[in-house]
Design a binder for this molecule. Sequence first.
Ligand SMILES: [Mg+2]
Length: 243
Amino acid sequence: VGHIGSSLSIADLIAAVFTGPFRFQPAEDPDRDRFVLSKGHAVLALYSALHQTGCLSHEQFESFGTDGTELVGHPEHTLVGIDFSTGSLGQGLSMAAGSALAARLQSSGRRTVALLSDAECDEGSVWEAAMFASHHRLGRLLAIIDVNGQQALGYTESVLSLEPLRDRWRSFGWDVVEVDGHDHDTLAEAIAAPVVDRPRVVLARTVFGKGISYMEGRIEWHYLPMSDEHYEQAVGELNRSAP
Ligand SMILES: [Mg+2]
């Protein structure tokens, strides 16, 4: 299936979140932190994190995309480890803001993390949620934007320019941090920064298709499935670059 480039774009972001100061398990604990993958089409990266953290068995993980599997092409909340079904773009931040407000009303210290694509910021619903979160001073809400500069059918600069993205989020009352989305140290620092009295957004500059030479920055890999040759080359390149 497609969306491999989008998943590689956020793999480092997901790794930083799942090794960060959050506790997403056990599922039955109401005070555990919550995660919303607003760009639901990149769910492969999330399944990998759930597998690596022991939430998905190896058999479940290997069942991705097969008949009868729970591991389908977008997150489903029926799967343990996933709280929010997503895939309709532009909606995840609203879910996350609601989750953060609910935590406050329930006097719970839990935090909510939402991971969005940059082009989701084309949608008015994102800015409604941004305004809502700022109004309610939802300091326990963290948004991370995967700023890879591209979307399904083009580069963001030519489809609908997002810049100046930092100024736009700041003007909506958010605490804004901008980082290299593949630098684990600065990412970890941004994610672990102390909670303040307003929501925080991490603008993570990333490379679509990160780590695969023929995929990096290429629009067509939003949808293309891999051939066997593509797969072998990709695994070879990733293995050679692994620390
Ligand atoms: Mg994008």
